[in-house]
Structure formats: C-alpha cells, structure tokens
Design a protein around this ligand. Structure first.
Ligand code: EPU
Length: 420
C-alpha cells in the first residue's frame, strides 16, 4: 500500500492547473446509459472513482475507450445487463447514479443498496421515493434495490425533504427519459447539477431551472449521444487554495471556475488571504498566520461540506478560536482525531468542532478513511514541522488526480512511497 510522505514547512508558490470534476464526471458517465450512441467526454480526471464507474458501465455492456489523455468515448448501444453488484457499489456510493438512467431506458434495474459509509449513514430513500412517484415499483431484497417500470417512467412533481445532490441528478436523468413533465422542488443547486442539465439538454432533453431549487424537465424527447467537456473540480480548486493559505504561500490556480468557489473564497479572505481572480483562474496569497473564522456547511451556494476538513486544517494553526459546524453529514469529523495527533487543539460536541489555533502542527503518521479527511491531512502536513506520513492513500486517489505531483511542482516536499 502506498503512503504520501510530506516534509512540512515549505511555502508553496507557483501555478497549478485544476483537473475535471469527479462529481461532474460521475453523473455524466451515468447519463450515457439513457440512450444508445457514442458519447465523448474531455477533461475527464484520472481518478479511481472514474475507473470504478467505467468498470460498472462495462458490466452493463458499454464500450469505453480512452482515446487520448483525459478524453473518453462511451458507446452505449449494447446495454444488456442491468445489475450493479455489491462489490462495485461498496467501493463507490455514487454508483447509485446508474439507477435512474437504467430504469428509464430498460424498464428495470437492480443495484446493491449502498450501506453506511465513513462520513455517515447516507440513505438513498429520496432517490427511491422520487422514482416511485414516477411509477417505478421498488423492492428491497437480499441487499439489493430491485426497480421495475415495465410501462416506462412518467413525469411527476417531486418535493425533496432534504436537498440531495445525487438524488436530484438521478431523478433529472430519469425524468429526461420519462413521458410527461417532471418538477423537482427543493432541488440541489450545485454547479454539477447545472453541468448535468447542460449535458441532458445537449442530448436533446429539455431541462430548465438547474441552479435554482426548482427544476423542470419535459419528458418524451428522443435522446441522443453528445460531447461534453467536464467542468473544473471546485473542491480540488479549494483544496489548493487551502494549501496556499496554510503555508503562507502564493498560488495561481488555473483552469478553474472561480464563481463555483465563492463561499470558500470568502472564508479564506476572512482568514487573511489576499485573493484575486479572473475568468478561469484564482490567485491566493496566504497570510503570515491565518485568522480564525467560524464556518457552517450547507448545500450550495453555502460552504461545501467537501471543503470542511481542509478548512479545519487551516484553522488548526489560526491565531485564535474558530467553530466549525457540519450540517450535512453526521460523521464527517474523521480528520479531527488525526489532526489532534499532529498537535491540533480541537474538541467535538455534536455537530460542532471547537478549534483553538496552535502556533504550529507537528508531523506524524496519520491516516483517514474518507477522501476529504485525507486531503485535510495532506494540507496539515504541508505546514507541520517535520515529517507527516499519510497511509490509506487510495482514499485520496479516489478524488485527486496525482495530488502529490501537483503539489511538488509548486515547491512542496511531498512524495508517494510504495510500501512493501
Ligand atoms: N440524504 C438522505 N436521503 C437520501 C439522500 C440524501 O437522507 O435519499 C441525506 C444524506 O445522508 C446527507 C444529505 O442528505 O445527510 C445530503 O446528501 P447528498 O445526497 O446531497 O449527498 P450525495 O449526493 O450522496 C454528493 C457528493 C458528495 C458531497 C455531497 C454533499 C457526488 C458523487 N457526491 O453526495 O461528495 O459531499 O453531495 O455536497 O456528487 C466527495 O466528493 O468527497 C463527496 C462525498
């Protein structure tokens, strides 16, 4: 198993490009199941989760080729299998995104029910409730969700009890291939939702209102394959911004979309970072020592839960006390115990983390069982005195394209070490 070894204390400085968004690529790949044809996606990140969805789609009969760096073609004419097995869903919960498209196109689908995961219980009840409202018959048996819609899905009005990103995506895709019109109320507003709506419209669908909490989808359109560039990864962007902030560094982050990162940019400004931005770049100058700030995660456009852990690493060395409140996932504090081992002073009570900034962190052997928690430990390691060795790197590889190579390019002392 690999580790990432970081010798902290180096200021990072230079220019870093952002890769395509993991959470954009996954629904886009799932959407290819909606109709036959050859899709082409560019700016696809080189990530383990992308490889997982490729394996899953191949299992259904898709033919997928990497035609050049970051460019894939997906041919979805020969879908002949509709079961998403436990082994794949277990490694990537976003596998649930195939449920809506498979059911809408084939009239049936069977996917392993994802269990709880490192960050929370994460049920999919709203996905299933929405599909039932569209006429699906759903049964839970032997750990699998069996969904049937022999006469096809029909449009419905669906009000989500809670804002759900993949739930909104699943139902948007299903609705695009259903008959009749669908309205999704209390829909997620993340940039990845707008991106998926753009893709569905390019496929001949009619999706309006993405980016607001009311999305309207006209069904009954004949869908066809399309080409699309995956949007930049806003969480990778934010993670690099945090790296500049914690090291007092100076980074120009390119190929990104600053408008998608506003909540995070605002908090880093409050921390004392000086930030300027253009159409597709953000420049961040970190302060000598970050100022404390309070943060509460919420659905977009609020502060993203996917940046909470990385921000906490920055606040761990702030000049004062901060409170972080996690409202999306009930167990997303995996990084706290590890940050404490690096000298951070953090106390947890219910949804809150009370952080007393310390002068400096010290390197340690750490590991996490969640992607963003792992990223937060890398960020902490960049600023810590001495050596930090991060284990279970496969979590990081799920969502960051060669993070150690990118950070080394801008002056970090970081490398991947292959363990026996
Ligand atoms: N929820 C339910 N029932 C449902 C669906 C969601 O109770 O049927 C709850 C969840 O348990 C959670 C809240 O609603 O408490 C929001 O969860 P959501 O469904 O929005 O999360 P998700 O769609 O499973 C996506 C991202 C996550 C990101 C969250 C929140 C993808 C593939 N995943 O997950 O990304 O944290 O939205 O923004 O888009 C990551 O990239 O590291 C990651 C975990």
């Amino acid at each position: 198993m690999d580790s990432i070894v970081i010798t902290g204390g180096r200021r990072i400085e230079g220019e870093l490009p952002v890769s395509g968004a993991k959470n954009g690529a996954l629904p886009a790949f799932a959407a290819t199941l909606l109709c036959p044809g050859t899709f082409r996606f560019s700016n696809v990140p080189d990530l383990r989760d992308v490889q997982t969805i490729i394996s899953l789609l191949r299992e259904f009969g898709s033919e997928i080729s990497a035609v050049e760096d970051g460019v894939y073609t997906l041919e979805s004419s020969g879908i002949n299998h509709v079961v998403a097995p436990y082994d794949m869903v277990r490694t990537m919960r976003a596998s649930v995104l195939v449920l809506g498209p498979l059911l809408a196109r084939n009239g049936q689908a069977k996917i392993s029910l994802p269990g709880g995961c490192a960050i929370g219980e994460r049920p999919i009840n709203f996905h299933l409730k929405g599909l039932e409202a569209m006429g699906a018959e759903i049964a839970l048996e032997h750990g699998y969700v069996s969904a049937k819609a022999p006469d096809g899905l029909r449009g419905a009005k669906i009000i989500f009890d809670t804002v759900t990103v993949t739930g909104t995506e699943n139902l948007m895709m299903a609705a695009a291939a259903a008959t009749g019109d669908t309205v999704l109320e209390n829909a997620a507003r993340e940039p990845e939702i707008i991106f998926l709506a753009d893709l569905l419209n390019r496929m001949g669908g009619d999706v309006q209102g993405a980016g607001t909490d009311r999305i309207q989808i006209k069904g009954g359109r004949k869908l066809h394959a399309a080409e699309m560039e995956i949007i930049p990864d806003r969480i990778e962007t934010g993670t690099f911004m945090a790296a500049a902030a914690i090291t007092g560094g100076h980074l120009k982050i390119t190929s990104c979309n600053p408008a998608d990162c506003e909540a995070f940019t605002q908090k880093l400004r409050e921390c004392g970072c000086s930030i300027s931005e253009g159409e597709n770049w953000i420049e961040v100058k970190g302060p000598r020592r970050p100022s404390p700030v309070d943060i509460e995660t919420s659905p977009h456009p609020g502060f993203p839960t996917d940046m909470q852990a990385q921000m906490m690493a920055v606040l761990a060395i702030a000049d004062g006390a901060s409170i972080v409140t996690e409202t999306i996932f009930e167990n997303r504090y995996m990084h706290v115990a590890e940050l404490r081992r690096m000298g951070a002073d953090i106390k947890l009570k219910d949804k809150n983390a009370f952080i007393k900034g310390v002068e400096s962190l010290s390197g340690a052997d750490v590991m996490a069982t969640d992607l963003r928690a792992s990223a937060s430990l890398v960020i902490a390691g960049l600023a810590a005195k001495g050596i930090t060795r991060l284990g279970r790197v496969y979590h990081l590889d799920r969502g960051y394209q060669h993070i150690e190579k990118k950070l080394a390019l801008v002056g970090a002392d970081i490398k991947r070490v292959r363990e026996r």
